[in-house]
Design a protein. Structure first.
Length: 81
């Protein structure tokens, strides 16, 4: 019977150590999650800026295409006279 008591005495510190390690892992995972959320938020803001830039480029291209078309039409009229 004394062996059981000795086993119990060695198990309790091990259980305590495992619980501490689990707490450390849990805290690290929580920190990782927060960091990932922050990075995701930053990435999404950058993507929004890129989309906005792309829209501006599209609008600029439309304006230039209209101007080139008008110049081309004016040149065609001048050449046809």
């Amino acid at each position: 019977m004394p062996k059981k008591v000795q086993k119990q005495d060695t198990l309790e510190p091990l259980i305590t150590e495992i619980q501490e390690l689990l707490n450390v892992i849990k805290n690290e995972q929580t920190n990782m999650k927060k960091e990932m959320e922050r990075h995701h938020k930053v990435t999404m803001k950058k993507l929004d800026k890129l989309r906005e830039f792309d829209e501006i480029m599209d609008m600029t291209n439309v304006v230039f295409e209209k101007r080139f078309s008008n110049i081309e039409q004016a040149l065609m009229k001048m050449l046809s006279k």
